[in-house]
Ligand binder design. Structure first.
Ligand code: PLP
Length: 397
């Protein structure tokens, strides 16, 4: 049967305490127990389903987590105060001092910095690989490898990871696959393809309003319970909890995600076709020239399209800067990092969201200094937007 993330969310009956059509927001840090024994049992894990303290669980975060698990097709989920909290908590929960990680060399810059610099504190070694080279991934595995980490669609190269094949390799070696699906919610369901843990920056498409940072981890109940264990859980002990007021607003935005993803994809596809006609050096996984186009077609939920991210290469950082400033002045969108917003956002990845990646690594992965990453907005008239971009391109030549 077809996997239908939007209907899975829609089918959940999550109403409020007084029959409210939106679940009630719980504005409390702590919770009472009618009997002291229930509190003791909740701490020891014997009693499930009671709320204890908001860093552990709170009803608002539980509602959002249930909806995310439904979207992803996982048993359970956990929400965090940022995407980085989701990524770092998932990895730290899986690794011990001395563990080894195999990671895609192309990831969000913050993730790269965490893997390459921060984990050294714990003597955790990371081997960076080309995420599209399965042989390289398998060869990098060592006896102490605990995690294979990748992004479904990499930031900013827009390569596609073959999650099914990567998960098969991981299972053969008893390793967990963690996939960042931030660029492709609903388009791809990594857990359905075999990934063990799916992480999100909800700051992006899931929330879609650019009014907060937030993250999520979707996985089996065993992993989510381990994260929130009062004695050993990384999330319980490091405490990157999402505020319940925020989680309730993200929850409402989640209900329109399917419509937004379709429009982002529609607009990005339109721009890709027009960029191709212009003879620009562009990159979009929805076009047949993209090296993993066929693979992506096999992995995706076709009704959601190929996503809202597209990149063009202006050759030099100077030309990229000139074009971005002109596009902002003309009203194409904003010169800003981040993505998944209703307005188009653009930035020069090498100098912004991938600036943590050393120049020589950027070169080796093929990240041009002139690359502009567009997160295409929900523009009602994308032809009008293209005409504005075209005028700016002519002026920036
Ligand atoms: N993953 C990806 C693919 C991202 O692009 C980002 C942020 O830009 C993150 C994770 C980090 O998320 P956050 O900024 O919500 O901590």
């Amino acid at each position: 049967m077809k996997f239908d993330p939007a209907s899975n969310i829609q089918d959940l009956l999550q109403f409020g305490e007084f029959g409210d059509v939106n679940p009630s927001i719980t504005d409390s840090a702590t919770y009472t127990f009618l009997e002291a024994k229930t509190m003791v049992d909740t701490f020891s894990g014997e009693q499930q389903g009671c709320f204890l303290y908001s860093r552990h669980w709170n009803p608002s975060n539980r509602y959002l987590a249930e909806a995310l698990a439904a979207m992803e097709g996982t048993e359970s989920a956990w929400v965090t105060g940022s995407g980085m909290a989701a990524i770092t908590n998932a990895i730290l929960q899986l690794c011990d001092t001395g563990s080894h990680i195999v990671s895609s060399v192309t990831t969000y810059g913050g993730t790269f910095a965490f893997l390459a610099n921060y984990l050294k504190k714990f003597k955790i070694d990371v081997t960076f690989v080309d995420p599209t080279n399965l042989e390289q991934i398998e060869k990098a595995i060592r006896p102490n490898t605990k995690v294979i980490y990748t992004e479904t669609m990499t930031n900013p190269m827009l390569q596609i990871s073959d999650i099914e094949s990567i998960s098969k390799i991981a299972n053969k070696h008893g390793i967990k696959v963690v996939v960042d699906n931030t660029f492709t919610p609903m388009i791809v369901a990594p857990a359905k393809l075999g990934a063990h843990i799916v992480v999100y920056s909800m700051t992006k498409f899931i929330n879609g309003k650019n009014d907060c940072v937030a993250g999520a981890i979707c996985a089996d109940a065993e992993f989510i319970n381990a994260l929130s264990d009062v004695n050993t859980g990384t999330s319980m002990l490091l405490g990157p909890v999402l505020d319940p007021l925020r989680s309730s607003s993200i929850h409402k935005n989640l209900h329109t995600l399917h419509i937004r993803m379709k429009q982002h994809s529609h607009n990005a596809m339109y721009l890709a076709k027009r960029f191709k006609e212009l003879g620009l050096k562009y990159n979009y996984p929805g076009m047949p020239e993209h090296p993993q186009h066929e693979l992506f077609k096999k992995m995706m939920n076709p009704e959601y399209g190929f996503g809202g991210l597209i990149a063009i290469d202006m050759g030099t950082a100077e030309k990229a800067t000139m074009l971005m400033e002109k596009m902002q002045q003309k009203g194409v969108g904003y010169l800003a990092v981040s993505l998944g917003y209703f307005k188009t956002l653009f930035s020069n990845s090498g100098k912004s969201t991938s600036s943590e990646v050393p120049d020589e690594v950027q070169k080796a992965m093929g990240l041009s200094e002139g690359l502009i990453r567009f997160s295409v907005g929900l523009d009602n008239d994308i032809e009008r937007t293209f005409n504005m971009i075209n005028e700016c391109l002519n002026e920036a030549q």
